[in-house]
Design a protein around this ligand. Sequence first.
Ligand code: NAP
Length: 433
Amino acid sequence: MRHVAIIGSGPAGYYTAEACQKTFGDAVRIDIIDRLPVPFGLIRSGVAPDHQSIKHVSRRYEAVALTDNVRFVGNVTIGDQVSIDELLDLYDAVVLATGAPADRPLDIPGAELPGVVGSAAFVGWYNGHPDHEALAPALDGPGAVVIGNGNVALDVARILAKTEAELAGSDIVAHALDGLRRHAINRVTILGRRGPHQIAMTPKELGELGQLERAAPRVDRADFPPVEADDALDPGQRKSVTLLREFAAHPAAKPIEIVFDFFARPLAIEGDGRVERVVVERTELDAEGRAQGTGDTYAVPAGLVVSCIGYRTSPIPGVPYDTRAGRFANDEGRIAPGLYAVGWARRGPTGTIGTNRPDGFLIAEHLAEDLPDDSGKTGRAGLDALLSARGVDVVTFRDWQLIDKAEIGRARAGAPREKFTSIETLLSARGEQ
Ligand code: NAP
């Protein structure tokens, strides 16, 4: 028997469990440990609430979770309640699937001003992540600035722009819907330090901006190279750039403008006690395609700034960390004997949910090469004894199903699905029938 502990119950964790099941069949026992009392990681707290079809992938993870050789162990923080060394004593392999929950820092003056938030916090706030339920972002000014040209920037701009009716059927949490319902924002400026050809946005997500009820994208035609230059782009990127060209050619007048400000690098954030403006420098691309400042600066008024410039894995005591890359130091997923990383914790915050599937198989292959058939380790029995001795209140998958049922049950007809946002409420909901 092989005993495997996977830390983190998001896509990387469940795809790794699935790959281990396929590789080892009945000869493996897997514990998926999460610090939250709820599973599925970014599927619950990162994927945009109005992208419900993407969230349906959790049904596949549920099928894995309900098999006999996989167990969910929620409400347990590794590095705090249990150390990595203790886990390595109990299990043949410990796989870190902890994702990249921290914002890459926006390293400019004024980034600490009230009103400036990172996308992990902002997205976590509207998705009901317990760490961010108290965020209370500033939504009372007419201007919002979103920094970055990736899909997260698009998610944030779209959620700010959608009407309450457009959010019906989503699982946006009540506190976010309340705040957004009353917001005074009429201009969302998306700052990209490079140009339309360098965006990291995908066509489906970009296209949604052209379909909004009360908001319309605005793009400056002068930002594009000649149309022939699009031929050199890969098909997906060409589609995205074509959409941007259409936005530029057919500007629509709607109450909220979503302004794509390309070749615009944030230099500083200013304001008296809270953010009032972002100072931006015009850029141009150098021979390597990097943004270089031109010295030409201007200010974009903003009461809210959301920095969507990527994420970092949170370090765990005792685990080697690559500070520059913002993830665990690893060689194709191997960190140290018995210790592995998978998903964003292995390769950094890029790729789609599906990218984690081959990642999971890579780790399962490593385990097949590295682990003995039967080391005699105690696995889950040892963990249970340790947690019980420490008085840890473990949440099981069955408990999660009760929480899920309670959330769904509380939803009023036609209203957004209720989602519990604090650890206390989640824990008490597992008792509700
Ligand atoms: P991302 O795709 O890496 O985009 C980050 C953006 O931030 C880039 O445009 C980057 O510009 C910019 N940036 C980085 N540092 C900056 C700085 N100091 N100042 C200004 N701009 C800066 O990251 P993401 O949007 O967080 O997305 C993470 C991953 O999740 C991606 O793979 C994404 O596709 C995926 N995702 C997918 C969906 C979906 O499919 N619906 C939704 C959300 C997220 P440069 O290019 O110039 O570095």
